[in-house]
Design a protein around this ligand. Structure first.
Ligand code: NDP
Length: 410
């Protein structure tokens, strides 16, 4: 019997929950809990009607360890899949430790008041999880997640030493909105407005935001301008594969998107500090001074990423371009997945970016529950055997392809 708890009811959680319900031999009892219970109820209704399941729901404030502990004590899940926001990672890990639950997420911890993400906060839990005999799996979406598994698979099967790693993430889809983000706008805008960072010859090199860019050709898509960003999987991959001389992450953006982003930044709407806003009182007798965070306000007026699916056309293409040594010779390797937004929407009602994150989250949970990835401690996904995960990607809707000894363009 595998009883799980999914926290969050957004785009990624919706896809993950669909996939969980499609694999009922592994996931026998499921609860979805989030801040807004009505969203959990609406999702459970769709799932229970479509799959004949009995998905339960609950309200929980995942910023509160006592609230989480109460829920975990009553539902008693074996595994908690955290698909809320990176702000909640540590409170959920604390509650898991207190209640003896295993843990998994798709994004590393980020404090609310600082646009900065790194693994140190979560790696600090290693000993406590190990001592408790509990497993925590970090970063099991697509990037991080599948890209890290792709790297582990390349290291296991195709290279003696990986020397150059470029993770390339292209979204060639069109949602027909002037400006929208593909996952939580607050998290997304915080990520891409940061300085760029990459690893070279044993140290990190910082760049201005979007300073380095070049066109790259993506399979079935063609050339797209790709920008060097700081991305979290680089941090663990260069530690777990010390032969890596250079590791970079690239993401495509259209010119219109970048123009909007520039405006958002220049007019102060990406600020994450509080500003005082004079809100008119309901009875029109004056104003009340309220504190708002401009980026959170922006999120409230931007399109909801969950609503983009219906008119989304085109596909994503995410993969790893690797150069390294095998049997004393240099080789190149490109492993990637292309995912159609339309197909993702038909299956789950969500667009491809939620799909490419929610499917690996389900597979990671499956790996843990079937004993293939159960190892007490706190681990990044490349620390586990990539083979059974890669096998499931092909079966669960994210087939991958390999190209050998090609020009990597990088
Ligand atoms: P959404 O904003 O669509 O969903 C987030 C969900 O978390 C919402 O249901 C929200 O509730 C809930 N939530 C937020 N705060 C709390 C809280 N304090 N307590 C309980 N529930 C809360 O985000 P996405 O689904 O797009 O993204 C989910 C996660 O996936 C994020 O961490 C994101 O960074 C990560 N991600 C990872 C990727 C990868 O490849 N590794 C790619 C894309 C996303 P409410 O509805 O009330 O707001």
């Amino acid at each position: 019997m595998s009883r799980i708890l999914i926290i969050g009811a957004g785009g990624v959680a919706t896809v993950c929950a669909h996939k969980v319900c499609q694999n009922r031999d592994v996931f026998t009892e499921v609860m979805i809990a989030s801040r807004t219970k009505s969203k959990c109820d609406a999702l459970a209704k769709v799932l229970n009607e479509k799959y004949g399941t009995n998905v339960q729901t609950a309200q929980v404030d995942a910023d509160s360890v006592p609230a989480l502990v109460e829920l975990l004590h009553s539902w008693k899940p074996v595994l908690v899949i955290n698909l809320a926001l990176p702000y909640q990672d540590l409170t959920i890990m604390d509650a898991c430790l207190e209640c003896g639950c295993n843990y998994m997420d798709t994004a590393n911890y980020e404090p609310k008041d600082e646009a900065h993400f790194e693994y140190s906060w979560q790696w600090a839990y290693r000993e406590r999880f190990e001592k408790a005999g509990l497993t925590a799996i970090l970063g099991c979406g697509f990037d991080p997640g599948v890209t890290s598994v792709f790297t582990a698979y390349a290291a296991k099967h195709h290279f003696d030493a990986i020397e150059y790693l470029d993770i390339v993430d292209c979204n060639a889809g069109n949602h027909h909105k002037a400006f929208a983000t593909n996952f939580n706008p607050e998290i997304n805008i915080r990520e891409i407005t940061q300085k760029g960072l990459y690893w070279e010859n044993g140290r990190y090199i910082e760049t201005e935001p979007m300073e380095i860019h070049k066109p790259l050709n993506y399979p079935n898509i063609g050339p797209r301008e790709s920008y060097l960003l700081h991305h979290e999987e680089i941090e663990s991959l260069v530690i777990n594969y010390p032969t890596i001389k250079r590791a970079r992450f690239w993401m495509t953006f259209g010119q219109q998107y970048l123009t909007y982003l520039d405006v958002i930044q220049n007019i102060g709407m990406s600020r994450i500090d509080e500003v005082v806003y004079e809100a008119p009182l309901a009875d029109a007798t004056g104003v009340a001074k309220v504190k708002i965070v401009p980026l959170q306000f922006l999120k409230a007026v931007l399109p909801n990423p969950q609503d983009l699916g219906e008119n989304y056309e085109g596909e994503t293409s995410i993969g790893c371009r690797i150069r390294g040594q095998k049997d004393g010779q240099e080789h190149t390797y490109y492993v990637y997945n292309n995912c159609s937004h339309e197909a993702a929407y038909r299956e789950t009602g969500m667009q491809g970016v939620s799909y490419t994150t929610g499917v690996p989250a389900m597979i990671g949970a499956m790996m843990f529950l079937t004993g293939k990835w159960a190892k007490p401690g706190v681990h990044n996904v490349e620390e586990f055997d990539p083979d059974p995960f890669m096998e499931q990607l092909n079966l669960q809707g994210l087939p991958w392809h390999e190209l050998f000894d090609i020009d990597l363009e990088l």
